[in-house]
Design a binder for this molecule. Structure first.
Ligand code: NAD
Ligand code: DAU
Length: 365
């Protein structure tokens, strides 16, 4: 029983218009796909600015579905956001649009403030102005990150009540947006939920993030730039499992709640990279150990958070969610996706990416 029952009990109420922001990006595209396919009675609107990280190819398999529409817009454009709410009268928002890469936030913090904080406040205001908060028919679901909690030593876990302690411009902007969401709940009675998730990996992730960047570099026999000594720790979750968690929270959570989502899957970067290299060797028919020779230790990320680790027992206990894939299985599926989507990879690693790579790593991509 559990969540599926809850979902169908409230289905009548939620057969409505859902705005998903950032649905052309990595996680957003998996969330849009899940909602469009699983809930044909819902109308799904995907709002995205199509920054370097947004790619309509990520969702081309569902773009002609009857219950799906795409809206190109920038959430930091207040007038545009208001106009879209007036036209479409969205009842629910699942908000994923964000600048999401820590290294870019170190170079250009203002862009993160504009999208992640101003953009979120624009959406909150549009909801506040167009919703009747008393009727229980609305929800602002804010998708956030475990990075708001700061950095752990080699002990302990983040729980839902861990105090915020963001350390990078990216995590500060996400923490700011989380605070605004809760403030709108407290001050204006805006119905909201927030989830804070650990590192995602899987198909469609832009190759600036560790796993797809290294898959692409291994494939092309390019150096693998490991920051510092490679001893930082991350907790990895397959992206489809994150989308499943968002579905369960959207349909099953009480308003005003926060859930932590994580993979119960901590890896030291260097250990993960070695597993990735070995899997790639197998798949590319290289001799074992060949790709590990590409590892290069480079200057550490400034202010590099040492460890993230999520205690996801609350969502498991209350909503019955847990990851469905073992890490090696997820990693293998991810590599297979990148190897069989060569055109996608080539397209996103051309143009602006080449400048980004050269500028950031001081080398050709
Ligand atoms: P992503 O960078 O792959 O995609 C972000 C999407 O937002 C892109 O499609 C981009 O075009 C769009 N976007 C950016 N600025 C916009 C703007 N001003 N207006 C409208 N659209 C805009 O990001 P992702 O990794 O898919 O992350 C999605 C969300 O999940 C973010 O809020 C992120 O903070 C959060 N999150 C990510 C992870 C992770 O490991 N990637 C983990 C936890 C939480
Ligand atoms: O924890 C959730 C967060 O995970 C999300 O909120 C962010 O949007 C997402 O980008 C991710 O942040 P990280 O900084 O942890 O991810 P990234 O893939 O950039 O880096 C993962 C680890 O790998 C980190 O310790 C830095 C290291 N790294 C990364 C890159 C890009 C390297 O050693 N070399 C690299 O070239």
């Amino acid at each position: 029983m559990g969540i599926e029952t809850k979902g169908s009990e409230i289905k009548e109420d939620r057969m409505k218009k859902i705005l998903i922001t950032g649905g052309a990006g990595f996680i957003g595209s998996h969330v849009v796909r899940l909602f469009v396919n699983k809930y044909p009675e819902y109308q799904i609107f995907n709002l995205d600015k199509l920054t370097y990280a947004g790619n309509l190819r990520n969702i081309e398999d569902i773009e002609s579905n009857q219950n799906y529409s795409f809206l190109k817009a920038d959430i930091s454009d207040r007038g545009k956001v208001e106009e879209l709410f007036e036209i479409h009268k969205f009842d629910f928002v699942i908000h994923l649009a964000a600048e999401s890469h820590v290294d870019r936030s170190i170079k250009n913090p203002l862009e993160f403030l504009n999208t992640n904080i101003v953009g979120t406040v624009n959406l909150l205001d549009a909801c506040r102005n167009s919703w009747n908060h008393e009727n229980g028919k609305h929800l602002f679901y804010h998708v956030s990150t475990d990075e708001v909690f700061g950095s752990l030593s080699d002990q302990g876990f983040f729980i839902e009540s861990t105090p915020y302690d963001p350390q990078s411009p990216y995590s500060a902007s996400k923490a700011g947006s989380d605070h605004f969401v809760r403030a709108y709940g407290n001050t204006y009675g805006l119905p909201f939920v927030i989830s804070n998730c650990s590192n995602n990996y899987g198909p469609n992730q832009f190759p600036e993030k560790l796993i797809p960047l290294f898959i692409n570099n291994i494939k092309n026999n390019r150096p693998l730039p490991v920051y510092g000594k490679g001893d930082n720790v991350r907790d990895w979750l397959y992206v489809v499992d994150h989308a499943r968690a968002i579905d369960m929270i959207f349909h099953g959570s009480a308003h005003g709640k926060t859930y932590n989502i994580g993979g119960f899957n901590e890896w030291k970067n260097l250990d993960l990279i070695k597993v990735l290299c070995d899997l790639m060797d197998e798949k590319l028919g290289r001799s074992k150990g060949e790709s590990q020779n590409l590892i290069e230790f480079v200057t550490d990320r400034s202010g590099h958070d040492f460890r993230y680790a999520i205690d996801a027992s609350m969502i498991k206990k209350e909503l019955g969610w847990e990851p469905s894939l073992q890490f090696e299985e997820g990693l293998s599926k991810t590599i297979d996706w990148y190897l069989s989507n060569d055109e996608w990879l080539k397209e996103v690693t051309s143009g602006e990416y080449l400048n980004y790579y050269k500028n950031h790593y001081g080398a050709e991509a």
